[in-house]
Design a protein around this ligand. Structure first.
Ligand code: ADP
Length: 488
């Protein structure tokens, strides 16, 4: 056996990859787009059946490519927090899946009493919010009449996308999820690694409708693909899969995904750190019986600011062009940009903040503005990393990067300088799928956990310069601009 398949059920597409563990790389991939619907303002839904059928299509394609007898297992990674509720007898969803972005339960979450909010923080490591699964499950229980009938019969099932896919792929034999996905439901005690009865009561979610939560490297069941039985092993939420796939296996290792927004995950080892600064605590992964925790922070806008330069302001004609233009001036000329298009997240948590461009003089050029926008992305990552270092007392050792904007060499070099650590860009940009593939390979005994960082190959390493003071001063000036943005 020399292959594992990674299934990546994302928000906009379902993809599957064939990983060759001898070559240490993907040798085949396939993709299917998934539809999202927006039936009311702020609502986001998907059809779980569509996700499942597209997953089956992708898996069949990969098994045909590899040959079923040569596939050691399927690993799964998925969009997190999204909720599917289904009928156990038929496997059919009873309503559309409520997607993580959906805001329909935000008023309910805001109305939670202080005691519940404190319980959520201390047990789950999350900030009470409609983003997570709990209030979405409650909404379905309250609004879909079939839910009550099925609950009485004992045939109601609820879970995240991984658990639905596993249920369907195993023909209803396995009703399971992994700890990383469970840790995003707002119902899971991340220290005891078990569903929390207090929170289940408060959200009115009966324990029996939820899957059994298992370590990420568990054997989850046998998928029936094209008539063949293939073990499902290695399940992780997408951000955690990227952390694992980037080989961030030691406390102090971090990864930043530079997409539309920016995600920083910071491995804190066996330390389940409670954040004082408003970042989230989450399960990083569990492998070989050991759980690594992570701090997770998100800046709402990163690549979106580059898109804004291109599409709304018209200062650049492509995202990639920002690299050359920013590098054409020796410094930012005193110009700072705060990308608070939709408020500011951790550590500021101010939904009313608005974007700002400061320090403009008669000599300011397009290049200064483009540069200020790229620099702001790096400062946003430092906002998060400083919070995490303060919370955990652990120093950031190195950052692995991925996502669309990580292709930008100017941004990566500036990031290394602003953080004072090296930024390591991988040869394989699909870190999420790689994480699922490697977790599956570890679980199936194809590779040892110690080999994981070696299987992730570097493409380029950006090292920081010695001029720490200069970059600290730039960051301090950015913080002053943020202060102003908070009062706009
Ligand atoms: P998502 O998964 O959030 O859709 P991607 O990882 O596909 O995001 O990255 C797309 C984002 O990265 C876009 O916002 C785009 O503007 C930005 N981007 C892509 N290439 C570059 C580049 N070379 N320099 C700066 N930003 C870039």
């Amino acid at each position: 056996m020399s292959y594992v398949i990674a299934l990546d059920a994302g928000t906009t597409s379902v993809r599957a990859f064939v990983f060759d563990d001898k070559k240490g790389k993907f040798v085949h991939s396939v993709q299917q787009e998934v539809t999202q619907s927006f039936p009311n303002p702020g609502w986001v839904e998907q059809d779980a059946n569509e996700i499942y059928y597209k997953a089956v299509y992708c898996l069949n394609d990969c098994v045909r490519f590899a040959g079923a007898e040569r596939v050691a297992g399927v690993g799964i990674t998925n969009q997190r927090e999204t909720v599917v509720v289904w009928n156990a007898r038929t496997g059919e969803p009873i309503c559309p899946a409520i997607v993580w972005q959906c805001r329909r339960t935000s008023a309910f979450c805001a109305s939670l009493d202080r005691e519940t909010k404190d319980l959520i923080r201390s047990r789950t490591g999350l900030i009470p919010d409609a983003y997570f699964s709990a209030s979405k499950i409650k909404w379905i229980l309250d609004h879909v009449p079939e839910a009550r009938t099925l609950l009485k019969e004992g045939n109601l099932r609820a879970g995240t996308v991984d658990s639905y896919l596993i249920y369907k792929l195993t023909e209803g034999k396995s009703f399971v999820t992994d700890y990383t996905n469970a840790s995003r439901t707002m119902l899971f005690d991340i220290r005891r690694l078990a569903w929390d009865d207090g929170l289940l009561n408060r959200f009115g979610v009966p324990r029996e409708i939820l899957p059994e939560a298992r370590p990420s490297d568990s054997l989850m069941g046998e998928a029936v693909i094209g008539g063949k039985r293939i073990p499902i092993a290695g399940v992780l939420g997408d951000q955690q899969a990227a952390l694992f796939g980037q080989g961030c296996l030691n406390a102090g290792d971090g990864k930043i995904t530079y997409g539309t927004g920016l995600f920083l995950l910071f491995n804190t080892g066996g330390n389940c750190v409670a954040s004082e600064k408003g970042v989230l605590t989450t399960v990083g992964y569990t492998v070989g019986g050991r759980t690594a925790y992570a701090l997770e922070g998100r800046a709402f806008n990163a690549g979106s600011a580059v898109q804004w330069l291109r599409d709304e302001v018209g200062l650049i004609s492509s995202s990639a062009e920002s690299e050359r233009i920013a590098g054409s001036v020796p410094d930012n000329g005193g110009v700072y940009f705060v990308p608070a298009f939709t408020g500011l997240g951790a550590p500021y948590w101010n939904p009313d903040a608005r974007g700002l461009l400061t320090g403009i003089t008669r000599g300011t050029t397009r290049a200064h503005i483009v540069r200020a926008v790229l620099e702001s992305i790096a400062y946003g990552a430092r906002d998060l990393s400083e919070s995490m270092e303060a919370d955990s007392g652990i120093c950031l050792r190195e950052i692995k990067c991925d996502g669309g904007a990580s292709a930008n060499d100017f941004l990566m070099q500036f990031q290394a300088d602003v953080l004072g650590v090296s930024i390591n860009r991988p040869a394989e940009r699909e870190s999420t799928a790689l994480g699922a593939a490697l977790m599956c390979a570890v679980s199936r005994g194809l590779v040892g956990i110690g080999e994981v960082p070696r299987l992730r190959r570097s493409e380029k390493i950006f090292t920081c310069t010695e001029e720490r003071k200069k970059f600290d001063e730039l960051y301090a000036a950015y913080r002053l601009a943020v202060k102003r943005a908070l009062t706009v």
